[in-house]
Design a binder for this molecule. Structure first.
Ligand code: AMP
Ligand code: MN
Ligand code: ZN
Length: 601
């Protein structure tokens, strides 16, 4: 035992007695009345008032009391400061000097916190019910919207009346539960599988840009294709495909094509390429094959220009998934030559965006592409989705629930790896079958090219597109989704334009999508209401949208300034009222990922 004169012991005792005091007030008041119905009749209640003092003299009681006090204290602090609950800048901090504050202050803090949680729950239930009703009315899935709190609802089945919204419908479980999925997912995010609900945004994932030191250039300068040569006049970049003739890629004889059915996914060797040595091995293998199927998974919500998260590659015998986030700087050096090599056939489905992502992120340019999406069009199939081709040619029902998942997630659950593999696993076989049918088709009347040549020409056009960084043009604001038909006046339009500019700047600096900084829906609501004080604006934000909160004074000033400049927007407001589509060159410049981060497919 420590001596009574030991200063450390004295300090500890005074700490303990302070703690004891505050615990005592708590247990004699609201806590004990809340706890008593929870304890079974045989267990002791927590002593209160004088009893508490008495019991607190004994180590057997004092130590667990202290332990409970400390645990609850840190738990409450954790909940209060949780950015997941309140947003990064809105922590509801537990009062620091709990010993010295009145107990009703702590109690009020706790009830406020509870109210906050219940309110958020209410809002979520409302939103969920609205979405469900909309789905039931239209039979369509309402998804890909950041305002849905990151959940893409992918089940369209009509719910029986009276089912109500079950708690289960809103709760997510760890990706670890997914078929054989790793339980040690870094995010701790939970998703229900039976309900087939896949979050397109998992806010707890650490940004890969930071985690893997991925450097991006979000300046307003145009993208420079450093891996391409310039034309003689120096005015444009020259794509390597310009050196090749499409005709050289086209099969001449049906008899030369022997469709090779792939083995089942289960019996196909698979490699998740995460280490440099594995990437080297993959590159060596690809140098020895002359056909490969490729697909990418991408995230456009948590970066300004988008990030390629995965690259799937299938050869005739093997499937590979490359963790492009982890191996970012190595992808180009090891795969660039292979993708450019005109003697290697690259088969992709609907490659338009993939082609641009490869250029932007890895300086990779393709030669000799067969795009099964283009082939599907030339074949005039009833639908052009990969899902349809898989069903039509392979009898495989693809699970497309993960198409719009948050592909930044690591480690990837088995379920997601399997989904990603399915996107390339069957592609070379589909390519075989399509070529045979295309070769057997007669030329379309009035067409110069045979159907197969037509597919290669279209595929070559897809390849030769060049990535351009999206720029905010003076008229871009007119294309914010939802603005047409809003009937906004000049003042409101001025605010829309100014907010578009503001979010564009922030998004570039923070490397976020404009839709993440300020979703279109909220942007339009702000313009509609024209708040000119921080508190009015805050009410509108509803504790979401931390970047607006962070810069709230500036945003309010921007709104006020816009109101003064509104005259300049009279003409645009007039056009908008008349529902005229603006015929300006800027029309094609989309407001980057504005609000939804979704891509129509
Ligand atoms: P896929 O080629 O179908 O695997 O799609 C490639 C990437 O495009 C996905 O990783 C998504 O980032 C994006 N994507 C595909 N479909 C959608 C969609 N319906 N909504 C939003 N993003 C999509
Ligand atoms: Mn794809
Ligand atoms: Zn894919």
């Amino acid at each position: 035992m420590k001596s009574d004169n030991d200063p450390i012991a004295v300090e500890a005792r005074s700490d303990h007695s302070n703690n004891a005091q505050s615990l005592q007030t708590l247990v004699s008041g609201p806590l004990s009345s809340s706890l008593s119905p929870l304890s079974s009749s045989s267990s002791r209640t927590i002593p209160s008032n004088q009893d508490f003092h008495f019991f607190n003299n004994f180590d057997n009681c004092r130590l667990p009391f202290n332990q409970i006090s400390n645990t609850s204290d840190s738990l409450l602090r954790f909940i209060g400061s949780s950015s997941e609950n309140w947003g990064p800048n809105n922590s509801i901090n537990f009062p620091n000097n709990i010993e010295s504050i009145a107990d009703d202050e702590a109690y009020r803090w706790l009830t406020d916190l509870n109210d906050g949680i219940l309110e958020q729950f209410d809002v979520s239930v409302d939103e969920f019910q609205n979405i469900r009703e909309k789905e039931e009315e239209t039979g369509r899935v309402v998804g890909s919207d950041p305002d849905n709190n990151g959940f893409q609802l992918v089940q369209g089945k009509k719910k029986k009346k009276g089912d109500g919204v079950l708690m289960n419908d809103l709760i997510c479980e760890s990706p670890g539960w997914m078929e054989g999925g790793s339980s040690s997912s870094s995010s701790g995010m939970k998703v229900t599988t039976g309900k087939a609900k896949v979050p397109f945004h998992i806010p707890t994932i650490r940004k890969p840009q930071e985690e893997y030191s991925i450097r991006v250039n979000n300046s307003k300068q145009p993208f420079v294709h450093v891996w391409l040569q310039k034309s003689e006049d120096g005015l444009r970049f020259v794509h390597p495909m310009e050196k090749h003739s499409v005709i050289g890629f086209v099969d001449k004889y049906i008899a030369d094509i022997k469709p090779v059915k792939p083995p089942s996914i289960e019996s196909t060797p698979f490699k998740l390429v995460e280490e440099l040595k594995d990437l080297k091995e993959l590159a060596a293998k690809l140098r020895s094959v002359d056909e490969l199927a490729i697909d990418l998974e991408h995230n456009q919500y948590r970066s300004f220009q988008g990030l390629t998260c995965l690259m799937q590659i299938s050869t005739r015998t093997e499937d590979f998934i490359v963790d492009t986030l982890k191996l970012w700087i190595h992808i180009g050096p090891y795969l660039r030559e292979i993708f450019k090599d005109p003697s290697k056939k690259k088969v992709m489905h609907g490659a338009d965006r993939d082609i641009l992502w490869l250029q932007r992120d890895f300086g990779i340019y393709l030669c000799n592409l067969f795009d099964t999406g283009q082939a599907s069009r030339v074949l005039k199939l009833e639908r052009n989705s990969l899902e349809h081709l898989l069903q039509h040619y392979c009898g495989v029902t693809a699970n497309k629930d993960y198409q719009n998942a948050d592909w930044r997630l690591r480690p990837l659950p088995n379920e997601m790896l399997r989904y990603a593999r399915e996107d390339t696993h069957y592609l070379l076989y589909i390519y075989d079958l399509m070529r045979i049918i295309l070769l057997s088709m007669p030329k379309e009347p009035g067409h110069f090219d045979s159907p197969l040549v037509e597919v290669y020409k279209r595929s070559s056009d897809v390849c030769m597109q060049l990535y351009e960084k999206e720029q905010l043009m003076p008229n871009s604001y007119l294309h914010v989704y939802g603005l047409q038909g809003s009937g906004f006046n000049a003042e409101q339009l001025a605010i829309v334009a100014a907010l578009c500019e503001w979010r564009d700047c922030i998004a570039r600096v923070e490397d976020e999508s404009t839709g993440y900084i300020l979703p279109n829906k909220v942007l339009l609501e702000i313009a509609k209401q024209m708040p000119v004080t921080a508190s009015k604006l805050r009410r509108l934000l509803n504790s979401k949208h931390p970047y607006v909160e962070q810069d709230i004074c500036h945003v309010v000033d921007t709104i006020k300034c816009s109101l003064q400049n509104a005259v300049a927007f009279e003409a645009a407001a007039q056009q908008l009222r008349m529902g005229r589509v603006l015929n300006v060159s800027e029309e094609r410049v989309a407001v980057n990922a504005g609000g939804s981060g979704s891509v129509a497919t």
